[in-house]
Design a binder for this molecule. Structure first.
Ligand SMILES: [Zn+2]
Length: 460
């Protein structure tokens, strides 16, 4: 980030004037006729996301005029780092500092590139931070979001259960968090049967990563992230079209790690715990089968309805473990169901929550942070769809309806009584690039939940 944001304006920085369409009219009127004519020729009207280079008498760039939306947005100038000519740009705006910081974050997010396998030139347009801007805070958000993106975009060969755990270990080391892992057959000894069952067919051992940080006297918040590093579907194998993107099936874990990094970097007064069940859902002779029954960590028996519904099984063990210490709030992140995408599309994660106050707070935080969520119901009558003839629950009902809801209802059976719990069913991927959001892995619901944790920690 250091190379794309400047904390001090170089002498030759070009002013970048931000105007709404309305304000632009008044500004343009005061300009000499030739400038007005030139803008009209280019049909420039300061529509959000557009910009125009204002020439000086010598034909050099005097300033850039950029159109922004009436309601200020993180994404207003988020792709300018790649579209403006090389140089450094200083915002010219009477908007409050927080908004200008927000724009700077968008600028960095738009400049982010995944460079593990292919070099990419860094964008040449740099932004000068406004005086007094909190550069650390912008860097905290940007680094965490980009970490999640990179983890998700990395193909499964280079991001297996062990490598995903390594990312958590590196983070724990940096911030002085405690971390432990239960790996392979030890999962059976320590009673995490579902994580073992789902992950046992891969030559890469399944594991549960357990990170804790902070003062135990502070509010206990536990985040659980689905870490399926590749999902073939198991014996109920996916078709090619459904399998291609399944490196992103650890997107929940990546988002949870991004939030953990933000919380620890900001030293929020919370006691944070992160649980990541990390597995590969592979096909092999010892793969778990549809119709098998698993006795789960909390004692419930589950008939495997479909081996492609593996995420809820590993999350169930983790939620049962998380519940044991009765945290104030548990939130799980998971790329869980196609049904959630069918209902809400890829850009709007589904929120399920057993506590209305928490849900309202999270939705409001999502709005504030331009990281929207949409609440869906834990509709009790549908719990019947989870009935099994031979076990307490069926993990994947055959019905084509309400798949996101039945998955959430399944998870709820592993949440301890009386505990506040939210479940976020998300895509974690940008199928196409938008300003500030390159194609590839994406940190969804991360800003929203971070904001919620800030509020829980008493930060306004
Ligand atoms: Zn699956």
């Amino acid at each position: 980030m250091a190379d794309i944001l400047l904390t001090r304006a170089p002498k030759n920085a070009t002013p970048l004037l931000l105007l709404t369409e309305k304000a632009f009219g008044a500004w343009a009127k005061k300009k000499p006729k030739r400038i007005g004519q030139w803008m009209a020729t280019h049909e420039f009207a300061a529509k959000p996301g557009t910009f125009w280079l204002v020439p000086d008498a010598e034909g050099k760039v005097e300033r850039v005029v950029a159109g922004i939306s009436e309601t200020p947005s993180l994404w207003d100038i988020a792709d300018f780092s790649t579209r403006l000519p090389a140089g450094s740009y200083a915002l010219e705006s009477d908007a409050h500092l927080a908004y200008q910081e927000w724009l700077a974050l968008g600028w960095v997010l738009g400049a982010h590139k995944f460079t593990r396998y292919k070099k990419a030139a860094a964008p040449k347009a740099k932004l000068v931070l406004p005086p007094g801007a909190d550069a650390k805070k912008i860097a905290r958000y940007a680094a965490s979001i980009c970490l999640a993106r990179d983890l998700i975009t990395t193909p499964a060969e280079d991001m297996g259960p062990e490598q995903l755990a390594d990312a958590a270990v590196a983070m724990a080391k940096k911030y002085g968090a405690k971390i432990s892992q239960i790996v392979g057959d030890d999962l059976l000894k320590k009673n995490f049967p579902a994580i073992h069952r789902v992950g046992r067919a891969s030559y890469r051992a399944p594991r549960l990563v357990d990170l804790t940080w902070g003062n135990p006297k502070h509010p206990k918040i536990t985040l659980v992230g689905k870490g399926v590093c590749f999902d073939t579907g198991g014996l109920d194998i996916k078709p090619s079209s459904g399998m291609y993107l399944m490196k992103k099936d650890m997107g929940g874990a990546a988002c949870v790690l991004a939030i953990a990094q933000m919380v620890m970097d900001a030293k929020l007064p919370v006691r944070l715990r992160v649980l990541i069940p990390a597995v590969e859902n592979a096909v092999a002779g010892n793969a778990y089968r549809p119709s098998d029954v698993i006795t789960m960590r909390n004692g419930l028996t589950v008939e495997v309805g479909n081996t492609d519904a593996e995420g809820r099984l590993i999350l169930a063990d983790a939620l049962a473990e998380a519940s044991a210490e009765k945290p104030e709030l548990m939130i799980d992140f998971a790329t869980l169901t196609g049904a959630a995408r069918g209902a809400l599309g890829t850009e709007l994660p589904a929120l399920f929550c057993n506590n209305d106050a928490v849900a309202d707070q999270m939705l409001a935080a999502g709005k504030d942070m331009e990281d929207p969520l949409w609440r869906m119901p834990l509709h009790k009558p549908y719990a019947k769809m989870l009935d099994s003839a031979i076990a307490d629950l069926n993990s994947a009902p055959g019905s084509p309806y309400a798949g996101a809801i039945t998955a959430a209802l399944f998870l709820q059976r592993f949440v301890g009584d009386g505990l506040a719990w939210a479940h976020i069913d998300l895509m974690a991927y940008n199928l196409a690039a938008k300003p500030g959001r390159p194609e590839g892995g994406e940190a969804q619901a991360v800003r929203a939940v971070y904001r919620l944790i800030e509020q829980r920690a008493g930060i306004r």
